[in-house]
Design a protein around this ligand. Structure first.
Ligand code: PRX
Length: 649
């Protein structure tokens, strides 16, 4: 960790109070109510969570205990049984929600489909029944590698209905990444599509799966949705078309109930070593966390049309496209493609056309909208919007103000939500109608969340000073372990400070006790809102035959948050050239996915190392950022290496 990463330079003092109008209709309408419930949630957590779990979830068998906490392993709602798909679908049937739109889908080419709760329930039952016929049982792992289409949601919910554990792999990942993830969790089945639409082109999902499954011995079947209609290869005996697979299968499936702690999904996320971490979430606690936060943070109403722009391949897509909104009986708007296709006003045009009321996106997207220009926004009224959200990285005050003025027309509260794949649900966020907001701050903790900021010795830092962010209490939607690697789980999150969850972020509290998260302090970068482990990029680079050694650092980037800058030394016999640079960028994109394509590759004769051989990333960061090399360099083995790197700029 370096000092720079936790020194906050923000001097933001603007404050925005909720309007009386919004406040009057808010689900949680008074600061006193928030404070009372928050105090109860941290002082009597078992009483608080026990009550909420009864109120928000439908149980088949009531739980007996609220929490068994054997640090760092939590078991929530022991003795209880439920079914997540039933909570998201069946319980809305026979109510006024039955014929309400669950999903309004728009494909990139412009095709629109609406599925009511009843229709979505039928599709999920049919698919679950077909999967059961195939032999899929409770606990089996299923990889889902799909475009943003309703069938992706059907696939997730069908797995949940059967007690199968899904791992959704973002459609931008490469076949290498699919292979690693599938092998790590030994998935039996992959659900994919012939392709998906992105910026007018087809994303070759099936072809990527085909390349991956050559090296995934656990995979028995591949189910392929016909989305684009393009020709793909089908392997006899292994591959089945979705429509043929479900043909003639009755849309009936009696859901079984599962224990509260039954695994629901594994989601791989970057850590500071090369291997992605399989974050495991389980049934009841996760569902409670996402259901409550969706209702409270987004002030969800029966009449809302809710649009979260995240892909289901990320945790935001799991928690706030699928499980949280559907458990609440919301109408979810889902879009397949790129925000600038055919024009950079696609989102605004769709918001007007579908009457979207709640819009949840990422700062990197907001910065792209700003760059594309205000005119694209001004063509549309956006009058249906009433609430805006932000997630994925710190939102810079300039982007916040633009979002507030141009999209929210000064009338929509902005909820800047801090959370992580590991936390499952939103941890820190304004509550709309209650919390005055400050551009760039995620403000105050949600119920049960106790954020603390500590220095390297584990001592709380004074208000206004930066430090490392920890969470002091267990919460229902917390990750339970890392799949197949409980030691890494303990080491990564629970050993920095005994008894506290280590978030890996730098943060500070301001004079009002508002939280300002400034970013990651481990070797993980935030590129366009996606966590990318520098070690992953480095291991991809050294797998190229020309590369001897590689180091990757982030350079601040106005649009992406961080740009990836890679320093490489070449093996004897390999020559630096612009072609090799391009080849290395393409190689990383092939190994990990286009989202990790380096912005810059620099060749070096050597990398700056300490005498013990550790690469001094701080120095590389300074060089990548174009600045002087400052600070202590007495441990540097050979300064000429730095001089050579600087002269290369
Ligand atoms: O650094 C924080 C940043 O994103 C990290 C979590 O990334 P991931 O697990 O991919 O989940 C992203 C979606 C929840 C955090 O450790 N981050 C996320 N939201 C915010 C944020 N940083 C500042 N403000 C936020 N609102």
């Amino acid at each position: 960790m370096t000092d720079q990463t936790i020194t906050s330079v923000s001097r933001e003092h603007r404050k925005f109070r909720p309007s009386a109008e919004f406040k009057a209709q808010a689900n949680l309408g008074s600061d006193a109510a928030y404070k009372r419930l928050y105090a109860e949630s941290v002082n009597s957590p078992e009483k608080f969570w026990g009550r909420q779990a009864k109120e928000f979830l439908s149980w088949r068998k009531p739980f007996k205990r609220v929490l068994d906490w054997k640090l760092p392993h939590a078991k929530w709602f022991g003795g209880g049984q439920l079914n997540v798909a039933e909570n998201c679908l069946d319980r809305h049937l026979g109510t006024a929600r039955e014929n309400k739109a669950a999903l309004i889908f728009e494909g990139e080419p412009g095709d629109v489909r609406t599925l009511t709760y009843k229709q979505l329930h039928r599709e999920v039952c049919r698919f679950a029944a077909a999967l059961a016929r195939l032999g899929l049982v409770k606990g089996d792992r299923v990889a889902i590698y799909m475009p943003m289409v309703p069938e992706a949601v059907v696939a997730m919910l069908a797995c949940a209905r059967l007690g199968a554990v899904h791992t959704v792999i973002f459609g931008g990942f490469s076949s290498e990444s699919i292979k690693d993830r599938v092998n790590d969790c030994k998935a039996k089945l992959i659900i994919t599509a012939d392709g998906g639409w992105r910026r007018g082109k087809i994303v070759e999902l099936k072809a990527n799966v085909d390349r991956a499954v050559v090296n995934t011995p656990s995979v028995e079947h591949v189910i392929v949705l016909r989305r684009t209609g393009q020709l793909v290869e089908m392997t006899e005996g292994r591959d089945r078309w979705w429509h043929e697979f479900v043909a003639g299968v009755p849309a009936e499936h009696a859901a079984k109930a599962f224990d509260s702690e039954h695994p629901l999904f594994i989601l791989y996320t970057s850590g500071s070593t090369g291997k992605p971490k399989g974050v495991l979430h389980t049934t009841a606690g996760y569902l409670l966390g996402v259901t409550m936060t969706t209702k409270h943070v987004f002030d969800l109403k029966e009449t809302d049309v809710y649009f979260c722009t995240a892909d289901i391949g990320w945790v935001t897509g799991h928690s706030y496209v699928v499980y949280g909104p559907l458990a609440n009986g919301a109408t979810v708007f889902m879009y397949e493609g790129a925000p600038n296709h055919p024009e950079p006003d696609r989102f605004w045009e769709m918001i007007d056309r579908h009457g979207v009321t709640i819009f949840y996106t990422a700062p990197t997207a907001i910065r792209a909208f700003m760059r594309w220009g205000d005119d694209y926004v001004k063509r549309h009224s956006l009058k249906s919007l009433r609430l805006l959200g932000s997630v994925g990285e710190p939102i810079n005050p300039e982007a916040w103000m633009w979002y507030h003025n141009l999209i929210g027309k000064k009338r929509c509260p902005i909820v800047d939500t801090w959370w992580q794949t590991e936390t499952g649900a939103i941890m820190v966020s304004p509550l709309p109608g209650i919390t005055p907001t400050k551009p760039g701050s995620c403000t105050r903790p949600y119920f049960g969340v106790v954020p603390v900021i500590l220095d390297e010795k584990g001592v709380a830092v004074p208000k206004g000073s930066g430090g490392r962010l920890f969470l002091a209490k267990p919460w229902p939607s917390m990750l339970r372990t890392l799949w197949g690697d409980d030691d890494r789980f303990k080491k990564q999150y629970w050993t920095e400070l005994e008894g506290y969850y280590f978030a890996g972020d730098g943060a500070r509290f301001d004079e009002d006790g508002y939280l300002w998260v400034v970013g990651r302090i481990d070797d993980v970068l935030n590129v366009s809102g996606h966590r990318i482990g520098t070690a992953e990029v480095e291991s991809a680079l050294v797998s190229h035959p020309a590369v001897a050694e590689a180091a990757t650092v982030g350079r601040p980037d106005a649009l992406k948050g961080h740009a990836l800058v890679c320093f490489v030394t070449l093996k004897n016999g390999s020559l630096a050239s612009p072609e090799l640079k391009e080849a290395l960028r393409a190689h990383v994109a092939k190994e990990i996915g286009a989202l990790a394509r380096p912005d810059d590759v620099r060749f070096a004769a050597g990398l700056p190392k300490t005498r013990s051989g550790k690469i001094m990333r701080r120095i590389l960061k300074e060089i990548a950022g174009g600045g002087d090399v400052k600070g202590d360099i007495t441990t540097l083995e050979d300064f000429s290496v730095v001089a050579a790197l600087q002269s290369e700029e």
